[in-house]
Design a protein around this ligand. Structure first.
Ligand code: PFF
Length: 507
């Protein structure tokens, strides 16, 4: 007899963990910069289509897979859709590993900023000219601080620290995850609500909210806006990487996954909007321009706003520290789920102990995270990205963020719709649901979602030439723009092929 599967102590524990997975850097860092890039109110319609037509139904599929089979993503797909299903499952696990590596690198910079809040990051009342890679000066600004930070080896230390925290939280699975999220998730909400209140009470802050919420129709005909909204939704709801299935596999078979999906999506998107309001009110109040890379917004535009919040240094420092603590906490409740997904897959397939699975994941991934934090300077003029690590991260994120998640989403929906059967899936979900899914669900899973995802993937692939990053000025490293997409697709596929062809261990 194998040991019984671990489980969540309460439904609350599961909801906190799943919403903690969903709420993360995606809500704070990526949402605002995507919403800005795609035109504020113009992002709206695609966003809501992405939420109701794709996000929530795919979450029902992923939760359903977990609780119906009591298995993690690859094994659940194998059971319901055969060996090809398992291939898709491991493909998503490989993508989760890639994302974990750079996700934790970004969190490492978040830790650096947190520490900087009590150092030279904020110099209230003083604004310095932007001089990247200069020696730290007495009147250091956020940009100077950030680029000084990432051009040192310190983030590598923070990465090790974050990996240790993640492993510590995951050491006894649901038991220890539940303990952590019961504290972290409420704290995140409280901090975010405080930020919103402060933002909206700033003179001009309200205009920022209006920019975000006034619907605009331009841009709706652009495929890139739709791709942006779909990828953002998948990432934000933690879909396409096996995490939601892993978490749901620790629920009883008769869990109401329709209700759970609605609840978790609602919590995630509410938090996302609150973050948008907090950030846009700050930007509008101080006329800050968030244009630039995704990360620039959080790492040097927002701090400039925080710097202006008050003339009293300790208030600024406290706000700054609070903001980055929020980013780090939200990030940790997501990164644990990103690690739990491959860990549970390895435990299910090879019947190994949790500690061993965590070790197999952590050792290569810590090295991967290091790569993304490499401080070598490519171009001090910053026409590219600043450091080698940041450039690697930016290009890898472009491919994995935009394509892995949507491709897995497409394939899993096709398998559930056509191999397992959309109607059968609807009935299994309905068997335990208070609010029953109508026939529209079958149509969505079989036709609408696959067509939309396929369309968006093809249209965005067509626009991929010249390759992402080829306009960066990075002497000696321009081959990276070709190498990274090839490396990503080859390693992910080989990994998936190898693991799906290994015989599962029967306990
Ligand atoms: N949803 C997380 C965020 O918004 O930051 C990131 C994430 C976690 C994506 C887990 C995917 C995942 F499986």
């Amino acid at each position: 007899m194998s040991a019984p599967r671990e489980n969540w102590k309460s439904k609350l524990g599961f909801v906190l963990a799943a919403s903690g997975s969903a709420i993360g850097l995606g809500n704070i860092v990526f949402f605002s910069s995507n919403a800005y890039q795609y035109g504020g109110g113009a992002f709206y319609l695609p966003y809501f289509v992405a939420l109701f037509v794709i996000g929530m139904p795919v979450m029902m599929v992923e939760f359903g897979l977990g609780s119906l089979t009591q298995q993690s993503f690859p094994m659940a797909l194998r059971r319901l859709a055969g060996k090809r299903g398992e291939f898709v499952g491991w493909f998503s696990i490989a993508s989760a590993l890639f994302i974990t590596m750079y996700y934790i690198a970004i969190l490492g910079w978040g830790v650096g900023m947190m520490i900087g809040a009590f150092g030279s990051l904020f110099e209230p009342g003083v604004s310095a000219p932007f001089a990247p890679f200069s020696e730290p000066t007495a009147d250091a600004s956020a940009m100077v601080y950030f680029f000084d930070l990432i051009s040192t080896w310190n983030p590598l230390l923070y990465i090790v620290l974050l990996w240790m925290v993640n492993i510590y939280i995951l050491r006894q699975g649901t038991h220890t995850i539940e303990k952590a999220v019961r504290v972290f998730v409420p704290v995140m909400w409280i901090f975010m609500i405080l930020l919103v209140i402060r933002g909206l009470t700033l003179p001009g802050g309200f205009d920022g909210m209006m920019f975000l919420f006034t619907p605009a129709l331009e841009g709706i005909a652009e495929p890139t806006v739709w791709k942006g909204a779909f990828s953002q939704m998948f990432f934000s709801l933690s879909l396409g990487l096996g995490t939601m299935t892993a978490y749901a596999s620790y629920l009883p078979k008769d869990a109401d996954q329709v209700n759970n999906s609605m609840l978790v999506s609602f919590l995630n998107c509410s938090f996302e909007f609150l973050a948008g309001v907090a950030i846009f009110s700050l930007l509008f109040a101080f006329a800050l321009n968030p244009a630039g890379s995704t990360l620039s917004l959080s790492f040097f535009v927002i701090p400039q706003g925080i710097n202006e919040l008050s003339n009293t240094p300790w208030i600024v420092r406290l706000f700054g520290f609070g903001f980055y603590l929020l980013v780090v906490l939200a990030g940790i409740t997501s990164s644990i789920s990103l690690i739990e997904s491959p860990a549970s897959a390895l435990m299910d397939k090879f019947k190994i102990r949790r500690s061993k699975a965590l070790m197999y994941i952590a050792i290569p991934c810590i090295l991967g995270s290091f790569l993304f934090a490499l401080p070598q300077i490519i171009d001090s003029g910053l026409t590219g990205n600043g450091t080698l690590g940041l450039t690697l991260l930016d290009i890898t994120d472009h491919w994995v963020f935009n394509y892995s998640l949507l491709t897995v989403g497409l394939l899993e929906v096709i398998m559930m719709g056509w191999v397992f059967g959309a109607e059968r899936l609807r009935q299994s979900l309905n068997a335990n649901a208070k609010l029953k899914l109508g026939r529209w669900f079958t149509l969505l899973i079989k036709f609408v979602i696959p067509s939309l995802l396929l369309l968006v993937i093809i249209l965005s692939l067509i626009e991929e030439w010249p390759l992402y990053g080829s306009n960066y000025d990075m002497p000696g490293y321009s081959w990276l723009t070709v190498f990274i997409p090839i490396f990503w697709i080859v390693t992910t596929s080989v990994f998936a092929f190898y693991l799906s062809n290994r015989k599962p261990k029967t306990a």
